[in-house]
Design a protein around this ligand. Structure first.
Ligand code: MN
Length: 207
């Protein structure tokens, strides 16, 4: 948070107050007051993956993280750098039709203010304050198109936890990616997505 922003607290409309607990409004608050922002979108494209985006230099620098972030510092997650996105792309939740890389269902899995601590060609570290993720994270390049995302050992670390499995839904709407993708088309079909094979999920998705 900028000191400038902190000084303006008292003049903000009530819905932009830090105590607000509806994330769309908090999102507006963050865009007003913070130097940076992060968003993690869960994207049902050719393969299901998470898109980690960090606001750096007027764009959202982005990595595709197949298994998503973890709060366990012992867990190393592959993060593949992808093209920068516009700031507004971080607000998208919905379904994009078509066959392009960005198509498919997208939910905003987590978001919030971020402080970018270091940006180097082969290392980016940052501290976030999201609904699901908090504290420090580090991205380190380990090869061509290959980075590793890890949780920094701090008071927000939760060894042994699996935040992706525990909290699958959108922080904005409460919907899951299956809700958007139409995977669950009736109560008979409802069940843990983990039970479905990829092929079954694919077939249901096309219904
Ligand atoms: Mn994606």
């Amino acid at each position: 948070m900028t000191t400038n922003g902190a000084a303006r607290h008292g003049h903000l409309p009530a819905q932009f107050h830090p105590a607000c607990n509806r994330s769309a409004e908090c999102g507006a608050y963050w865009s007003v007051l913070t130097v940076s922002r992060f968003v993690v979108q869960l994207h049902d494209a050719t393969t299901l993956h998470f898109d980690l985006r960090l606001q750096i230099g007027g764009v959202l620098r982005s990595w595709a993280v197949p298994k998503g972030p973890s709060l366990d510092p012992a867990v190393r997650r592959l993060a593949v750098p992808v093209e920068d996105h516009s700031i507004s792309a971080g607000d998208f939740e919905g379904v994009r039709e078509g066959q392009s890389r960005g198509s498919g269902a997208v939910i905003i899995w987590d978001e919030g203010p971020a402080e970018i601590v270091r940006t180097e060609p082969e290392h980016v570290s940052f501290v976030v304050s999201g609904r699901k993720l908090s504290g420090g994270f580090a991205l380190t390049r380990t090869g061509e198109h290959r980075w590793i995302l890890v949780k920094v050992r701090d008071e927000h670390a939760r060894p042994g936890s699996d935040v992706v499995a525990e909290r699958p839904a959108s922080v904005r709407s409460g919907r899951t990616w299956q809700d958007l993708a139409g995977v669950l088309t009736s109560t008979e079909q409802a069940g843990p997505p983990a039970r479905m094979t990829g092929q079954e999920a694919e077939q249901r998705r096309r219904v």
